[in-house]
Design a protein around this ligand. Structure first.
Ligand code: ADP
Length: 300
């Protein structure tokens, strides 16, 4: 009945990375390594992660009519993502300028560029894609009013998953559609307006659920995750791995969770699979480059 297991509505960025001995201060110039350019952005990352797992995946995003936009389209297509919904033009492709020092600490400047021009009208024009998708996943690296339009355009019976990153307070209409809302500790605090919800992650999960989403998932890095719904709160065990680079682990987790929910898994079951995918993603450098195939997940 649905053409796509998962539609990701979100950002696509070129990550421009330079290694430095020391990150520059105000007015300072430092010399760094050769430039490395990687496809990134939470939307693009999620789409690649899902497609690599075997999900029939489409991406609704906006890039510039430029070389970075082509790089992003190429990486999506190489992973098997349907890019008919990727719009081009209106502004340069979004870019993250990243300097990393030898200790791994980084400084990042993001230019949202074309991501900021993915409008509610663009979402309405992609109504066919939305109607053809079993699960729709979004993040907040595109305008919030476009996410609101996504919620209004969902097919009856399809499922909406949101990772509110970068976090900001959410309208009740968006919260009510989330099944689940997926947050890490920092995002949970912002969504709860820093209202003390108790010390334990289970308390945040309950407090978030009280804000209106149908279900909540709190990711806890190496500690795994928590799921919360009308059935109560459950811990999802982490998978012990040698962490090399955690970049993009949350995006892989969310993509895997969204896909498995659409395939009929219960929330705890889908989150357990997603935790394996997130763990696999931290065992390799990079974001999209680190995303596992089903065979790699099974071999963990
Ligand atoms: P974010 O990147 O959004 O902060 P997390 O760091 O919580 O998200 O990672 C998302 C998921 O990836 C976690 O819930 C966990 O399942 C998995 N994960 C992340 N880091 C590790 C790690 N060091 N070891 C094992 N699993 C991890």
């Amino acid at each position: 009945m649905y053409d796509y297991d998962l539609l990701v509505v979100g950002s696509a960025n070129a990550d421009l990375v330079i290694g430095v001995e020391r990150r520059p201060g105000a007015g300072e110039t430092v010399l760094g390594s050769d430039l490395a350019v990687h496809p990134g952005g939470k939307g693009a990352n999620q789409a690649v992660a899902a497609a690599r797992l075997g999900a029939r995946t489409a991406l609704l995003a906006r890039v510039g009519d430029d070389a970075h936009g082509r790089l992003l389209l190429d990486s999506q297509r190489a992973a098997g993502v349907d890019t008919a919904g990727v719009l081009a033009g209106g502004a340069p492709t979004g870019v993250a300028l990243i300097t990393v020092d030898p200790s791994g600490d980084n400084s990042i400047v993001v230019s949202p560029g074309a991501n900021g021009r993915l409008t509610p009208q663009d979402v309405r024009s992609a109504g066919g894609l939305l109607q053809a998708s079993r699960v729709v996943s979004a993040q907040l690296e595109i305008p919030l009013e476009s996410v609101v339009e996504v919620v209004r355009s969902l097919a009856p019976g399809s499922r909406f998953v949101l990772n509110p990153s970068p976090p900001r307070p959410l309208p009740a209409e968006v919260l009510a559609a989330c099944d689940p809302l997926i947050v890490n500790e920092h995002e949970a605090k912002v969504i709860l307006d820093d209202t003390p919800a108790g010390a334990a992650p289970a308390d945040w999960a309950r407090a978030l659920l009280a804000r209106g989403p149908r279900s909540v998932v709190v990711t806890l890095g190496a500690q795994g995750a928590l799921v919360a719904s009308a059935d109560g709160v459950a811990q999802v065990p982490s998978v012990e791995v040698e962490a090399v680079d955690t970049t993009g682990a949350g995006d892989a987790f969310t993509a895997a969770l969204a896909w498995r929910l659409g395939q009929g898994d219960a929330l705890t079951e889908a989150a357990a699979y997603a935790a394996r995918v997130g763990a696999a993603a931290v065992t390799k450098a990079g974001a999209q480059e680190s995303y596992p195939t089903p065979e790699e997940v099974a071999a963990l």
